[in-house]
Design a protein around this ligand. Sequence first.
Ligand code: NAP
Length: 367
Amino acid sequence: MTASNHTFVVDQKHLEQCTTLDLPPVSADQLADGEALLTIDHFAFTANNITYAALGERFKYWDFFPAEAPWGQIPVWGFADVTASRQPDIKPGTRIYGYLPMANQLVVKPGKVSNSSFVDTSEHRQHLALAYNQYLFTQADPAYRPEHEALQMLLRPLLITSFLLDDFLASKDFFGADQIILTSASSKTALGLAFMLAHQRKSRGKPMKITALTSAGNVAFVEGLGYYDQVVSYEAIDQLDPGQNTVSVDFAGNGEVLGALHRHFGERMCFSSLVGAAHWDQRGAGKNLPGAKPEVFFAPGYWETRGKELGNAALMQRFAELWSPLVKSVESWMKITTLEGPEAMRQAYLDTLQGKIEPDQGLILKP
Ligand SMILES: NC(=O)c1ccc[n+]([C@@H]2O[C@H](COP(=O)([O-])OP(=O)(O)OC[C@H]3O[C@@H](n4cnc5c(N)ncnc54)[C@H](OP(=O)(O)O)[C@@H]3O)[C@@H](O)[C@H]2O)c1
């Protein structure tokens, strides 16, 4: 039995307020019929998790792991072990990968159990996207490598979004653009997309320019990656060539930056995708901007649509082909740091919230 159940929570309306609740651990005899107890081993933490909190109410991220008001539990991607089970198809000792709270334990109600996964069918999760409710058994996942758990937690949820964006833009023939601009270009999701665009440029026969927009302090890091053709800081938007037909993919969610981009390119802004809010405290999509109207991209929704069109297996196969070379490249520069315990969890959260984590860092937390 786990000796503690530290549960990290943040104030849903004031994200800088946070605390760790020391809840009584759940024991095997407290499980109801059909339930299983997961003991959480470790998980990744990036700006994406801050966005879950910043958009928690609008996109229902607070609903996955409910907490008493004013608190909310931020979902994370990680690994856990089944340590007790009253669901006959789920055996103790099974290791899983999926969506977890920042805590020591999680009680789930496994349903739709297959050889490769189960779905948490708990009542409070029924209205939420399947992509988040499904847990994969590591022993049945052909892509799983124990030594690559950190990279899987850090990159897989983000690079799937990069992949879906790449697929979406290609399916629209890049809206006829000459260049694609990625904001928060130093983020893992953005650089994943840049890599995929560059990697397939030759085979697609599209000589489109890939431009990075990032903070002045991250320009050197982004240049060093070699995934982008051009790297520009937010302050230098006016130096971009305004004559280029442009697609913007916005991971920063910074109203001022997006407004400046639209005004700079005017009617040459052919498509404008809103993906992230890494600059969560300067949010704003901008209203009445010149050029194409900004459109929200919700990855789980696009996955469901595209999965129906192409088949999930075909989609996964395409993802696997891009995943391997990209992970090989990321492995060569990413510095993975593992921190343990409630205080480390709190500090890592605050540092990420305040944008203090260097973009070459991969943060893994053990509760
Ligand atoms: N729609 C979807 O389905 C979906 C899926 C995956 C990710 N996303 C979004 O994509 C964004 C990037 O996520 P990630 O996990 O890839 O990020 P990450 O790797 O943790 O990105 C770190 C970068 O984000 C920017 N940043 C982070 N915190 C900041 C702060 N407090 N103030 C200013 N800049 C900050 C900085 O980039 P710059 O200096 O380059 O701006 C920083 O280098 C998130 O908003 C995430 O939610 C959306």
